[in-house]
Design a protein around this ligand. Structure first.
Ligand code: IDP
Length: 135
């Protein structure tokens, strides 16, 4: 498996809990390098654009509202098989279904406030990294 990049967002709930460092440490311990990083307060338009694929879903408005409810930390992570490595670290979308020891099992409260975003494919990772880092 080649070296890949993936987009990670530490969502407002996890930033508010003051666990940015703990989450970044998990990435580093798994061999992922943080090659881009920034704090951001997303605008409604930025959050809607980022999650445009979910625009027709019933939870879309709540998702956007949550993502703009406070600052986030956005990173590009690089490493072997980075997309899947990050998805494995994150755990299932619903923290109640996330495997023990995953980020969502340890830091997330609910399917809405679930601590982290991670790209679900190399193709989407390239689009998402360009969306926030412009390259
Ligand atoms: P993922 O973040 O695990 O890739 P997606 O299906 O891409 O999950 O959904 C994007 C985000 O939308 C989730 O992380 C979660 O915050 C929110 N979401 C997904 N499904 C639901 C739902 O059924 N109710 C409320 N929020 C949801």
């Amino acid at each position: 498996m080649a070296v890949q990049r993936t987009l990670s967002i530490i969502k407002p709930d996890a930033v508010a809990k003051n666990v940015i460092g703990k989450i970044l440490t998990r990435f580093e311990n798994a061999g992922l390098k943080i090659v881009e990083a920034k704090m951001a307060q997303l605008t409604k338009a930025e959050a809607e654009g980022f999650y445009a694929v979910h625009a027709a879903r019933p939870f879309f408005a709540d998702l956007v509202k949550f993502m703009i409810s406070g600052p986030v930390m956005i990173q590009a992570l690089e490493g072997e098989n980075a997309v899947q490595v990050n998805r494995d670290l994150m755990g299932a979308t619903n923290p109640k279904e996330a495997a023990a020891g995953t980020i969502r099992a340890d830091f997330a409260e609910s399917i809405d406030a679930n601590a982290v975003h991670g790209s679900d494919s190399a193709e989407n990772a390239a689009i998402e990294i360009a969306y926030f880092f412009g390259k």
